[in-house]
Ligand binder design. Structure first.
Ligand code: AMP
Length: 443
């Protein structure tokens, strides 16, 4: 069923199809009409299901629709508030708002901690229709009276279970108290602990209930493997694996555009046909690379996460993480490209000493330890020292994790305090009712 049948405006459908989506995912099929109807929603959806577009698209539609209550006079108010547990997710969701809303006149802002508050204060002086925020920094703005939430029409709690796991419940309740009573509430959560149910009971009014078909975080048909290797040996190992195993149709992920170009060139020199696709390539070059990859004439496609989004390639036999993504959820998105619809797939990650923390974050998210296999001749140097990862999507523009938030009086644990670990379907902090917030996260 195409997007155009869901009741979304032509501008939104155009933006979505230009982004490369041909049809809605199951959660979008259910969520979009439910949100368009104006009622509350309780959605069970994991990351990777397309849940973001499931709420962003109908929100854009509703806010653009003049028949829906809009600003009366004065400075245009914030009309939709989307709360997320982490800075990375806030940035990603806001990016989606911009992508899908490119033909709308709506403005958005991502607000999170760990970065200077002043540019956010400046930005809030102009029009922000849709605010995507982490709870801690939003409350900093509330305290400084730099944000006005009194006219919010739509509230989204995204990844509500993770917000509770991270000890945000009191912050959320403080924020809820600042919102107008009459509003639409959407709650997205991958799991439904008693705590989530309590939150939903108090927040939602006769909600529509929907659930995405559970897409196991690491699809059972995907064999996942980690190859520990030295940074400098990665390319050689990749060429070796491709040749040795005679892999065809290999989608390789790199962290940067430059890295994608360089790797594609080097593979070419190794006699392996490869092309890179990323945002700096012309549309014609991207289309050509994709067509050749799909028809099997191009053996390797090297892509960045952003470039791979929305391109309609799935059910691939091989996905390679040449570098691990900074955001663990991106790992799930990447490997979701393989092993679909019951087909066998293989997702391998080449991991050097710089990436051990990223690997640990991924394993925590997917709740399993990935098998390691050292290839003879590519044994990693046990004395290798990690180097900072450069040019990551979140470096420079965004703070690293675990960086102290620095808000006076913040309820961050003492430096060095352990980060609460979330167990399946629940959490340490949340369950025990201890309001703990890992330093710097989500603020
Ligand atoms: P999410 O669960 O919102 O994090 O989305 C997971 C991934 O699916 C993201 O990379 C999206 O860009 C992609 N995606 C979302 N909706 C669609 C769709 N209708 N068709 C293809 N890809 C989609």
């Amino acid at each position: 069923m195409p997007f155009s049948t869901l009741g979304l405006s032509e501008e939104i459908v155009r933006a979505v199809s230009e982004h490369g989506y041909t049809e809605p995912t199951p959660i979008q099929l259910q969520a979009i009409p439910a949100v368009l109807s104006g009622g509350d929603l309780l959605a069970g959806a994991q990351t990777g299901t397309g849940k973001t577009a499931g709420f962003v698209l109908p929100i854009l539609h509703r806010l653009s629709d003049r028949s829906v209550k809009g600003p009366s006079s004065g400075r245009p108010p914030i009309r939709a508030l989307i709360l997320t547990p982490t800075r990375e997710l806030a940035a990603q969701v806001e990016e989606s708002v911009r992508v899908y809303g490119k033909y709308s006149k709506l403005n958005s802002l991502a607000m999170f901690g760990g970065v200077n508050i002043n540019p956010q204060i400046q930005r809030l002086k102009s029009r922000v229709d849709i605010l995507v925020a982490t709870p801690g920094r939003l409350l900093d703005h509330v305290q400084q009276k730099t944000v006005d939430l009194s006219q919010v029409e739509i509230l989204v709690l995204d990844e509500a279970d993770r917000m509770l796991d991270m000890g945000f419940i009191r912050d959320i309740r403080r924020i809820l108290a600042l919102l107008p009573k009459a509003r639409q509430n959407l709650l997205f959560s991958a799991t439904f602990s008693d705590e989530i149910k309590t939150l939903a009971d108090g927040l939602l009014d006769h909600p529509s209930l929907i659930e995405a078909p559970r897409r196991s975080l690491a699809a059972d048909t995907v064999a996942q493997k980690v190859y520990p290797v030295d940074r400098e040996k990665k390319r050689e190992l990749l060429a070796h694996l491709i040749k040795q195993n005679n892999w065809r149709q290999v989608l390789v992920f790199t962290r940067t555009k430059h890295g994608a170009n360089r790797l594609a060139e080097q593979l070419g020199k190794d006699g392996i046909p490869a092309l890179a696709i990323h945002g700096n390539k012309s549309q014609a070059a991207r289309t050509r690379a994709l067509a050749e990859f799909k028809d099997g004439s191009l053996q390797v496609l090297v892509a960045t996460d952003i470039a791979a989004r929305g391109i309609d390639i799935s059910e691939l036999p091989h996905v390679v993480n040449f570098e691990l993504p900074n955001v663990p959820e991106d790992y799930v998105h990447r490997i979701g490209r393989t092993g679909r619809a019951g087909l066998e797939g293989e997702a391998v990650s080449l991991v050097c000493v710089d990436e051990h923390r990223l690997l640990a974050d991924i394993e925590r998210l997917i709740k399993r330890t990935l098998p390691r296999e050292v290839v003879a001749g590519f044994e990693p140097d046990p004395h290798a020292k990690p180097e900072p990862i450069q040019n990551g999507r979140n470096r420079g523009s965004m703070p690293g994790r675990g960086q102290p938030g620095g808000r006076p009086g913040a309820r961050s644990p003492a430096p060095g305090a352990a980060r609460p670990k979330a167990g399946p379907g629940g959490s340490v902090a949340g369950r025990q009712g201890v309001a703990r917030r890992p330093a710097g996260r989500g603020r």
